[in-house]
Design a protein around this ligand. Sequence first.
Ligand code: VGL
Length: 207
Amino acid sequence: MRIASFDIDAQKGFTPLCPKELPVAGGDQIVTTLNEMAKRATIRVGSKDAHTPKAVWIVDKPDAMLQPLSYPNADLTWVAHCIAGTKGFELLDGLPAVNDYDFFVWKGIEPDMHPYGACYHDLNGKLSTGIIEFLKQKNIQCVLVGGLALDYCVKNTAIQLAKAGFQVIVLLEATRAIAESTKQSSIFEMQQSGVVICNDIAALDQL
Ligand code: VGL
């Protein structure tokens, strides 16, 4: 079995290290597990949110977030996060440098596009980031997935990969959710798409 591991948006902007961005509780505690996951794979790929400071979806206050927007590729408001070149844009300490990954995706640079999944730049699965083509060209059959956040970018990426025909395993120990309520519904949604949810490395090794 040819396995890839995928570090989705494992960036400081989704951790308590950047309290003004999207500080996911425990978001900075996934590095060891992501590195363990990668040891079980033949190739390692990653993605980053690479946003611009003047994006149409940016609001100033957390309580103004999650309001619907009518842009074709920006569906909700968010506080500014992972602005290219800032601390929030950096990968978590302890992960490889981006150039040491086998393939890397930067997404969300267009001011009116805020994708979640790392497989497409748009929200409709039209404009590929190239990751699916890369994994297929490398004859990958199974993708191990972790990163931030479980209920948005990890969920959407896992479902996109499953739809593209890969066996997909999301490792809960390697991810954290923005909210407990959306965590449970996201797990259900992923399972409905055929994604396997695994608690930790020990459970992964039992599969
Ligand atoms: C994400 C919310 C907004 C994520 C990105 O990476 O999961 N979540 N932007």
